[in-house]
Design a protein around this ligand. Structure first.
Ligand code: HAM
Length: 420
């Protein structure tokens, strides 16, 4: 029986990894320049964290979580997203007593049992940021500015930012009443899920992807018409800050996010390139979450971006990323010099070079082939004569040019020729 990777998961092989690293390193560098520190949290958490944090009426909690009982009978869930776990870590590690704001970023994989599609996986990776302790619209603007800097430095020129506001617990009840009034008369024509959502949380109807429900969703009331003065002022301030930062956006009157914890600002970067999964990045403010999870009232805002979708988008926009660095040198040896070749390789690697040698005790001909296939810039044959004289004839593989270099000068020579 062949064992395959689970549906919806994939292996990321070394050839592809250099693109991943380029994106991950740039993201870390941008976040660190904005003063954010990296956080890692457990892959699994108590299920209740997500039912309470993400929300019992969301598709994530109702249909998509990988939940299991551990050996002690406790219900555990593979993290479907990062914000709830990071808010839990914020509370549990006493970060509330640190000077505000607390600024965190992450690079982690998440798990959702979703239908597979292009750009949609059951284990996927996100790059994200969360900032705790500021209710100011400038914190919302800052996390969007991080994304804008990241995309600019990545050369992702075509990008579309959608923003909206979904109000706060003060103004949301009026909006929910308006939604109930709107959907009530058409419930018999809508899907079973929406009928259930109508009872539990009518806001979630706006997430529905069923064809039959779309006409009723399309002309549903907009939260933007129900914002209280505080939420309206906050939203205006976010827009003003974005204008000042020269970040263009489209105000989306019907923006919905698939998680219950959002308050006020919500935003997404969308693309037409990554198939029906158009959202590359999503985020927003979540001023109630820390309190819901048992902490002190702590305003917060953040985002997460899917690495796989970002890479698809970069392919579509034909953005080149640095390829993996080539091997500098391949050392070919014989049975009586193989150990010395290993030692030379070790020494050169410690001088910050990329060096390979044979570890299969192959014939010289086979090693030559391997050196060629490795894409190395240079090759040396390490025989007994080289062992005695400590002089190497180093061969450039692109054109066969040979030069004699003393063992002690090899590292310098290889470093110097990197720029050629
Ligand atoms: P989300 O919108 O559920 O938000 O996910 C954010 C991003 O993760 C999406 O825009 C997408 O790029 C990627 N993503 C989500 N599901 C999948 C999937 N099945 N396959 C591939 N990529 C996927 C959150 O997760 C929030 N925690 C974001 C946030 C942080 N809000 C505030 N802080």
């Amino acid at each position: 029986m062949n064992i395959a990777a689970p549906r919806g998961t994939k292996d990321i092989l070394p050839d592809e990894m250099s693109r991943w690293h380029a994106v991950e390193k740039l993201f870390a560098s941008v976040c660190e320049r904005y003063g954010y520190g990296e956080i890692r949290i457990p892959t699994f958490e108590q299920t209740e964290l997500f039912t309470r944090g993400v929300g019992g009426s969301t598709d994530i909690v109702r249909k998509e979580m990988y939940t299991f009982e551990d050996k002690a009978g406790r219900s555990m869930t593979l993290r479907p997203e990062g914000t709830a776990g990071i808010a839990r870590a914020y509370i549990e590690n006493g970060m509330a007593s640190l000077p505000s704001p607390v600024k965190l970023y992450y690079d982690m994989s998440f798990f959702r049992y979703e239908k597979m599609q292009k750009g949609r996986y059951r284990e996927f990776w996100q790059l994200g940021c969360e900032i705790f302790g500021s209710s100011s619209a400038y914190a919302d603007a800052e996390v969007i500015a991080i994304l804008d800097t990241f995309f600019t430095e990545l050369n992702l020129i075509e990008r579309q930012l959608e923003i909206g506001s979904i109000g706060c617990p003060k103004c949301r009840p009026d909006f929910i009443t308006a939604l109930r009034n709107h959907f009530e008369t058409n419930l018999d024509k809508m899907c079973a899920d929406c009928n259930e959502r109508f009872e539990i949380n009518p806001l979630r109807i706006l997430d529905c992807k069923e064809e039959s429900c779309q006409p009723f969703i399309a002309n549903a009331p907009s939260q933007l018409d129900y914002l209280c003065p505080g939420c309206e002022e906050h939203f205006d301030k976010v827009k003003l800050a974005l204008d000042e930062l020269d970040i263009s956006y489209n105000v989306n009157r019907s923006m919905v996010r698939g998680l219950d914890y959002y308050t006020r600002t919500v935003f997404e970067y969308v693309s037409t390139h990554v198939g029906s999964q158009g959202s590359i990045c999503g985020g927003g403010r979540y001023d109630e979450l820390v309190k819901i999870l048992g902490g002190r009232v702590t305003p917060a805002v953040g985002f997460a971006m899917g690495i796989e979708r970002l890479l698809l988008e970069m392919d579509a926009q034909e953005i080149e990323l640095p390829a993996a660095k080539p091997t500098d040198l391949f050392v070919i040896s014989f049975p009586d010099t193989a150990v010395s070749a290993l030692a030379l390789t070790q020494k050169l690697i410690r001088s910050n070079l990329i060096v390979q040698t044979d570890v299969m005790e192959r014939s010289m001909k086979a090693q030559m082939k391997q050196a060629d296939r490795s894409g190395a810039r240079y090759m040396v044959v390490f025989g007994t004569e080289e062992l005695a004289t400590k002089q190497f004839s180093i061969k450039r593989l692109s054109d066969g040019l040979e030069k004699t270099v003393a063992a002690d000068d090899l590292a310098d020579y290889l470093l110097k020729t990197r720029e050629e």
